[in-house]
Write a protein that binds this ligand. Structure first.
Ligand code: FCA
Length: 329
């Protein structure tokens, strides 16, 4: 063995040991999301990673698409030395089970986006939560739709309001109720509001099915405005309207998230998807991860309830706004 190798081996052994020690001392947190394929959740992860790099902790990103995966993930997190996690649960009714398992494993919990619901059907207000101001943002959607109806000189008597609902999830119910409330308050006839309940999961195909069922029931309506719990819900409805031959200029859709409609806004020709309320994936990912880290490291308990706002993006404005938010280059 030459002399360089003899020196190198103990050096490498030392480096590995130190590396191991550094890892062992590093704070680890989990970040569990219900729909890892959605751009919204991928962005939350991206911003959580930014916080981890900035403050020097580790984020274990886990796609937890059903209850079993969530509960297994909690055990795995504890076994791997994590001390807490942020979660957007696949089902809000899992709240009590998640809290029981986390307590047993001595893990701290922050719920993001979807607030846990207790056995009494009420929000679990004792669990730390960061989510959107759902009703207010819903109100903005309703107002934006009505502004467009007026700007286009439509006669409201000819318009149907298609609302893509998902009442299993309170944050979504608040958004859609908020949209209806604002449209009706600005003169939209309440009896021309039609709800299309989405089955199981909020995705484009399930929303498309729900919209088609609704359109079959109202064949004479000529013009449509569309709201829904998030971008995918509204995009499904827009695809259904296109499938029925409704002209681009005869429908107006406004989404929520702003992150899942970017290819739609980038299309060379406009569709009926007018715009979306861009939520702050940065705050939902970066801030929750940072809160969890500081809670573990310094015992700094986060606020129990934090709410974020939304900003309207349209084909004209989305590029600049996404750039400012750090979502697009
Ligand atoms: C819910 C929705 C997501 C996003 C998030 C803030 O979890 O399913 O699409 O809108 O709230």
């Amino acid at each position: 063995m030459d002399c360089r190798k003899t020196l190198l081996i103990p050096f490498l052994a030392l480096a590995v040991t130190l590396g191991g020690l550094a890892d062992a001392g590093q704070i680890k947190i989990g970040f569990l999301v219900k729909q890892p394929e959605e751009p919204w959740f991928q962005l939350e992860w991206k911003f959580a990673d930014q916080a981890a790099t900035e403050f020097g902790f580790e984020v274990m990103k886990i796609g937890a698409t059903d209850g079993e995966k969530v509960l297994t993930a909690i055990d795995n997190l504890a076994a791997s030395g994590a001390q807490g996690f942020v979660i957007c649960t696949p089902d809000v009714l899992l709240g009590p089970a998640i809290m029981a398992k986390s307590r047993a494993n001595n893990l701290k919990v922050i719920a993001v986006d979807d607030r846990f619901v207790g056995p009494d059907g009420k929000d679990m207000e004792s669990v730390h939560y960061l989510g959107i101001s759902a009703r207010k943002i819903g109100n903005e959607v309703g107002k934006t739709l009505m502004e467009q109806v007026k700007a286009r000189g439509w006669n409201v008597a000819e318009v149907g309001f298609m609302v893509m609902t998902f009442d299993e999830l309170p944050t979504i119910q608040d958004r859609t109720e908020g949209a209806i409330e604002a449209a009706v308050a600005t003169g939209f006839p309440a009896d021309q509001v039609y709800k299309a309940p989405i089955q199981q999961r909020m995705e484009i195909p399930t929303a498309l099915d729900a919209a088609n069922t609704l359109l079959t029931r109202h064949p004479t309506v000529k013009k449509w405005i569309v709201a829904g719990g998030n971008d995918s819900c509204v995009l499904g409805a827009i695809r259904a309207l296109e499938g029925r031959g409704v002209k681009v200029e005869d429908a107006i859709g406004v989404g929520i998230n702003g992150t899942d409609c970017i290819p739609e806004l980038e299309k060379a020709n406009p569709t009926s998807f007018y715009g979306s309320f861009l939520l702050s994936a940065r705050e939902h990912g970066y801030l929750t991860a940072k809160m969890m880290y500081e809670w573990i490291k310094d015992g700094k308990e986060p606020p129990l309830d934090t709410r974020t706002v939304g900003t309207l993006i349209t084909r004209d404005t989305f590029r600049q706004i996404l750039k400012d938010e750090g979502i697009a280059d």
